[in-house]
Write a new protein. Structure first.
Lengths: 347, 372
């Protein structure tokens, strides 16, 4: 990317930093577009999937198959009155959705779409993604506190407790892959899985297989989706931490939620399912397409879960994390290390 | 260092809250997420039914009874006309008796389907409620055929029912009952056997039998506590003694007697029992008149009656006093939901907010009959 920046600056007869900044802006806009479009598409997809599961049609009025429904809703949200409760902490209230949104958005930067197409090739990419994931907590707490609504506060407390707890098994599951790959760089991790599909890390050892499961469960919890959607448990807390939000501010939470959905699926695909690798050598499919297809399958799986399962209770969610996932995650990490020592050739 | 001061938080749940099922408000005193005290408040849906009744003729009151419990209008009609018929001592044609039972039991199925679906929603699974609505829809179609209305039927009359069954009604109902059998199995897979759902309901909101009896809790909520009491069997009215059905009682099993799980399970089983009754009634349906209207509805002066029936929600009693005119002096309704709500503070303490939602949801009250 630095090279591109230099050459761009040369063709424009400008100092090098101009080229770099231009590229950065292009990259940021591209990532934003990907995220926004993905969110639009997923909202539509989710409503269709939900409709089919519930023996309804789902949206079918705006555009063919209701494909423009989300767009219409977005316009509606933009035009809506922006309400800030009188008793709210105004500055925090305004800031919170942006923090949640920016954290999710920023994490997308390090996703390598194919061996050549990426915005930033960060050496500590995985660490960066995990850090951005924790950053969301700040925004959620802020939103719950600033709303000055007891339901929002309860939702925010739940959200914070849940995300912080589930980060640990998720991080341990990620570490299991890092042990095999020997790098935190997302691009290198994918390159380590090229070739036949049994080279994918999920099939590399029984421990990585469990780690994949752990990561998937943990990431659902981190993305606050059913059966772990406690922070916004509608039946208990009306809408949880974003009860008081409306219009575009609410839409930012929504956008971040669907962005997050794609993000965790992308990371799962990169870490465990070979990323851009097709799995059969010599099949010419663009890497970005393969990666997105894998992520979409995982997204669909999460949607299926969401529209089928009831929600756990707060204490049950915590019990699942600390009593089952955590020991299992430690076990897998140690197991993966031992596996690597015993069979050094496999990965 | 001084101790951190903590205090309990008073939360106001409702009247506009997704899981209070209507305009019900309950004040919660919470310690973190633990509810230590509940104070129910009612009166947001008061429509002066009892006062209205004092100014209307008997037949004119029937459509108002629909609006008491709008999920089981047929049962509400049924109770009222039975009370008036008891005052008059009138005879009812055989066919009308059968039609009445068929409608009442179909409505019980529809009402319980709603309750089961909403249990799913309360637990966070949004899909079951739509299945519930879908399957109730077929019953509403049947009701629409015979009564012209889908929710507020105004179908029962003193002396019979307003219209005869339409051609093909019997076959359609049979077909629906076959379909219902399959659907109930689906519900079992989706909810009854779901581990998360059981985790959310088993042992949650246990209503001890003694407390239930003390508070005069009735209907499926009482039976879930292990008390074997069903007016259709123990104080038979209409032609219920002719039908064979089991009274479902809460049991130890996956759940504890009296918990949310049993309140849910009793209703699932009651759908099956009601389907049994409807089948028997369809088989025995005689030909003949569907109404034998009395010349005038003027119960003797000073006569009064209390008549109670088993509705999907419990014991519904009508207390009617007549002064010999076509208008009653007083109509008092004993609604099951009102009693159930008053029992909430007695057993909904020291539980999580999420559990409270499940415990209240399983009581299955409809605010229309609570506030009247």
């Amino acid at each position: 990317m630095r090279e591109w920046g230099r050459s761009l600056a040369q063709t424009m007869h400008a100092p090098e930093w101009v080229g770099q900044v231009t590229l950065m802006v292009i990259g940021a806009v591209a990532v934003f577009l990907i995220m926004a479009l993905a969110a639009l598409a997923f909202v539509w997809l989710e409503r269709k999937v939900a409709g089919r599961i519930q023996s309804r049609y789902g949206p079918n009025r705006a555009g063919k198959f209701g494909i423009l429904q989300t767009l219409a809703d977005a316009v509606k949200l933009l035009l809506k009155e922006d309400i800030i409760p009188a008793a709210a902490d105004k500055s925090l209230f305004i800031l919170a959705p942006y923090i949640v949104f920016v954290a999710t958005f920023a994490a997308f930067v390090v996703i390598p779409w194919s061996s050549k197409l990426y915005v930033s090739d960060l050496d500590v990419g995985l660490l960066y993604i995990a850090a951005m994931g924790s950053f969301v907590v700040v925004g959620i707490l802020m939103a719950g506190w600033a709303s000055n609504n007891k339901w929002s506060l309860l939702g925010a407390m739940r959200g914070a407790a849940q995300i912080v707890s589930y980060e640990i098994p998720v991080a341990l599951a990620i570490l299991t892959v890092v042990v095999l790959a020997g790098t935190l760089n997302l691009r290198m991790i994918q390159e380590g899985q090229s070739g036949w599909f049994w080279k994918w890390y999920v099939f590399q050892s029984p421990f990585t297989f469990i780690a994949f499961f752990l990561y998937f469960v943990g990431s659902i919890a981190e993305a606050n989706r059913t059966p772990f959607d406690l922070p916004e448990a509608e039946q208990e807390l009306t809408a949880g931490f974003h009860t008081e939000y409306s219009g575009m501010r609410w839409a930012f939470f929504f956008l971040a939620e669907y962005g997050n959905l794609l993000l965790v699926s992308l990371v799962a695909a990169v870490l465990f399912l070979g990323g851009w690798n097709v799995g059969i050598p010599g099949v010419p499919i663009p890497g970005a397409l393969v990666l997105v297809a894998k992520a979409v399958v995982l997204v669909l799986l999460q949607m299926w879960l969401r529209w089928t399962l009831p929600r756990l209770r707060v204490d049950q969610v915590m019990a699942v994390c600390w009593k089952y996932l955590m020991p299992l995650a430690f076990g897998t990490l140690i197991g993966a290390g031992a596996w690597k020592m015993l069979f050094p050739g496999t990965a | 260092m001084s101790e951190v001061r903590t205090e309990e938080m008073v939360l106001n749940m409702g009247p506009q809250h997704p899981s209070t099922h209507g305009v019900f408000r309950v004040e919660l005193v919470t310690d973190g997420e633990i509810v230590t005290e509940t104070r129910p408040h009612i009166g947001y849906l008061h429509r002066c039914f009892e006062k209205h009744a004092e100014h209307l003729q008997y037949t004119g009151i029937i459509p108002f009874t629909d609006r008491l419990d709008y999920l089981s209008g047929m049962n509400q009609n049924f109770g009222f006309v039975l009370a008036v018929e008891k005052l008059l001592g009138s005879e009812i044609p055989e066919r009308a008796e059968y039609i009445r039972v068929i409608m009442a039991e179909l409505n019980r199925i529809a009402s319980h389907l709603m309750m089961i679906g909403h249990m799913g929603t309360d637990a966070g699974a949004i899909t079951p409620v739509l299945y519930g609505f879908r399957d109730r829809e077929y019953i509403l179609d049947l009701f629409e055929e015979v009564s012209g209305a889908r929710l507020l039927y105004n179908y029962y009359r003193v002396g019979g029912v307003i219209a005869d069954l339409t051609p093909g009604f019997v076959e359609k109902t049979r077909k629906y009952l076959d379909y219902l059998e399959r659907v109930l199995n689906e519900f079992d897979q989706l909810l009854s056997e779901n581990k998360i759902f059981r985790g959310r309901t088993v042992g949650v909101g246990v209503l001890p039998p003694k407390v239930a009896v003390d508070y005069a809790v009735t209907g499926p909520n009482l039976r879930a506590c292990g008390v074997n009491w069903d007016l259709r069997r123990d104080e038979p009215y209409s032609i219920y003694p002719r039908f064979k059905f089991d009274v479902v009682v809460g049991r130890e099993g996956p759940g504890v007697v009296g918990d949310s799980w049993n309140r849910y399970w009793v209703r699932v089983q009651e759908i099956r029992e009601s389907a049994k009754i409807v089948r028997q009634a369809l088989d025995g349906l005689p030909e003949g008149d569907f109404i034998k209207a009395p010349k005038s509805i003027r119960p003797p002066k000073g006569s009064e009656v209390y008549h109670r029936t088993e509705t999907p929600r419990g014991e519904l009693g009508y207390y009617v006093i007549s002064d010999g005119t076509p208008t009653p002096v007083r109509v008092k309704v004993r609604s099951p939901g009102f009693v159930h709500i008053s029992a909430i503070p007695a057993f909904c303490t020291n539980m999580m907010v999420a559990d409270l939602v499940m415990a209240m949801g399983t009581l299955d009250f409809v605010m229309g009959e609570v506030d009247r």
